[in-house]
Write a protein that binds this ligand. Structure first.
Ligand SMILES: Cc1ncc(COP(=O)(O)O)c(C=O)c1O
Length: 404
C-alpha cells in the first residue's frame, strides 16, 4: 500500500533490502530527515533561541516550525505545549519528577508497562512515600475497565495520577484512553499517557482523548535517535517543576533568585540538539502526509498474515488475543524453551529479516508470568510489505521446526 514510499528510505533501496520488522524499537529514516541533519551541520550550525546572527535566526525559525508541525500532528491547543526531550523516558521522568507529591498520594499504572512507565513511579515510591497501584489486565492482556474502576474507588481522593501506555510494546494491545481519562478526571486526578507505541501508528488527538500529558519517541516516528517529545496542558506545564534547569530555562536570574521562563523553554535547559529538533519536524511532516488510520490498518493486515501462518505451531504462543486487530502491528511470540536470541540472529543472517528478542524492557510482566526466556517480537510499519510478513512467517516457521 505504501510500497511507493520505500524509495524514500536509503536502507530499503538497495539490491536486497531487509525485512525490517523491529519498528517498535526504532524505525528507519527517510532522506528528508537524514538530509535535514546534515543541512544543519553544513549550512547553519548555530544556536537557536539566543544568537541573533543569520545561523542563530535560521535555527530558531526551523525549530519553531518543527514544534508547530508536531503540535498540529497531535492536535495540541498551542505550540507552547510541545516540549523537546531526549526520548519518551525523559518525558515521563519530567512528569514524575516535576509534579509535587505528598506522602500517600497514589499513582496507578497497568501490569504490562515498559520500564520507562514503571521505574520512574517506583522511584517515587522509594523516595517520596507515594503509593503505586497496578490494574490487573484480563488473562489475554486486554484492559479490564472494572479492575481500573475498582482501584480508583479503593484509593478515592488519594488518586493523584494514572499513567498507561496507550499501546503496549509487549503485545501491541491498546487501552481505552478516552474512557480511562473520563474516569480519572471524575477523581480530580491527572492522566499521563505513554504514547511511545501509539503516536507512530495511529491518529492521536490529545484534545479528543481529553488527557493531561503524553510522552512520545520521535525515533519511533521516522525521526532521529536521541529525540522525544512531551505534550502537556499548558496550565499543567506552567506548574510543573523543571528537571533540567539552567541556561534557556529562565527569563532572568539574580544571585539569590530566578524568574522562570514560560513553557516549553523552562524544560529545555542547555544547548539543544538543534539538528535533532529540526529533523524531528521533518519526520513528523513526513508522517503528516500519511493517513494514520490507514497506516494502522496496513499494520494489522501484515500482522494477520504473520499470525495466520504461525499460530498453529506447537512450541510457541502469541502474547495477547489471536485476532491481530487487537494487537496492531505487533506480533510478540513466547518461545517456550526455544533459543529466541539465536533464532533472531538466524533470521537476520540467513533470511535478511530483522526482529527483536528478549524482554523488551517489560521485565515486570515476564517475571510475573514466569517467562524468563522473553519473546521474539515482529513489529511492522507502513513501509513493510506483504512479502516482508510472509518472509518472516515462513523463515520463523522453518527455524522453530528446526530447533524444536
Ligand atoms: C511503550 C514504551 N514506552 C516507553 C518507551 C521508551 O521510549 P524511549 O526509548 O523513547 O525512551 C518505549 C520504547 O520502546 C516503549 O515501547
Amino acid at each position: 500500500m505504501y510500497s511507493h514510499l520505500r524509495d524514500d528510505f536509503p536502507t530499503l533501496r538497495g539490491e536486497q533490502p531487509p525485512a525490517y520488522l523491529d519498528n517498535a524499537c526504532v524505525t528507519l529514516k527517510p532522506d528528508s530527515v537524514i538530509n535535514s541533519i546534515s543541512d544543519y551541520y553544513s549550512m547553519y550550525p548555530g544556536c537557536g533561541g539566543r544568537s541573533v546572527h543569520r545561523y542563530g535566526t535560521q535555527v530558531s525559525r526551523l525549530v519553531a516550525q518543527s514544534r508547530q508541525t508536531i503540535a498540529k500532528f497531535i492536535n495540541a491547543n498551542s505550540v507552547n505545549e510541545v516540549v523537546f526531550t531526549r526520548n519518551a523516558t525523559h518525558s515521563i521522568n519530567q512528569i514524575a519528577k516535576g509534579i509535587s507529591w505528598q506522602k500517600g498520594d497514589v499513582i496507578v499504572t497497568g501490569d504490562r508497562e515498559h520500564n520507562s512507565n514503571l521505574v520512574p513511579w517506583l522511584q517515587l515510591v522509594e523516595e517520596k512515600g507515594v503509593e503505586h497501584r497496578i490494574v490487573k489486565s484480563n488473562p489475554d492482556n486486554t484492559f479490564n475497565v472494572e479492575n481500573f474502576e475498582q482501584v480508583c474507588e479503593d484509593v478515592g481522593e488519594r488518586l493523584k495520577l494514572v499513567s498507561f501506555s496507550h499501546v503496549g510494546n509487549l503485545d501491541g494491545i491498546s487501552v481505552p484512553i478516552k474512557k480511562i481519562a473520563k474516569i480519572t478526571h471524575e477523581y480530580d486526578a491527572l492522566i499521563a499517557v505513554d504514547g511511545a507505541q501509539s503516536t507512530p501508528h495511529m491518529r492521536v488527538d490529545v484534545q479528543d482523548l481529553d488527557i493531561d500529558f503524553i510522552s512520545f519517541s520521535i525515533h519511533k516516528m521516522c525521526g532521529p535517535s536521541g529525540m522525544g517529545g512531551l505534550w502537556g496542558r499548558y496550565e499543567l506545564l506552567e506548574s510543573l517543576r523543571s528537571i533540567q534547569s539552567g541556561g534557556q530555562t529562565v527569563q532572568t536570574s539574580h544571585y539569590d533568585s530566578v524568574k522562570w521562563a514560560a513553557p516549553p523553554s523552562k524544560f529545555e535547559g542547555g544547548l539543544g540538539n538543534f539538528a535533532g529538533m529540526i529533523a524531528s519536524g521533518e519526520a513528523i511532516d513526513y508522517l503528516s502526509k500519511l493517513d494514520m488510520n490507514a497506516v494502522h490498518e496496513h499494520e494489522i493486515r501484515l500482522n494477520s498474515i504473520i499470525t495466520n501462518k504461525i499460530k498453529h505451531l506447537d512450541s510457541i504462543k502469541i502474547i495477547g488475543p489471536e485476532d491481530a486487530k487487537q494487537r496492531g502491528g505487533i506480533c510478540s511470540i513466547l518461545m517456550g524453551d526455544l533459543p529466541s536470541h539465536d533464532i533472531a540472529i538466524l533470521l537476520d543472517e540467513a533470511a535478511n529479516v530483522m526482529v527483536r528478542s528478549g524482554q523488551h524492557c517489560v521485565h515486570s510482566w515476564f517475571n510475573a508470568h514466569g517467562h524468563s526466556n522473553g519473546s521474539l517480537r515482529a513489529s511492522a510499519y507502513f513501509y513493510n510489505t506483504e512479502e516482508d510478513a510472509n518472509l518472516f512467517a515462513d523463515t520463523f516457521t522453518e527455524a522453530v521446526e528446526a530447533f524444536g
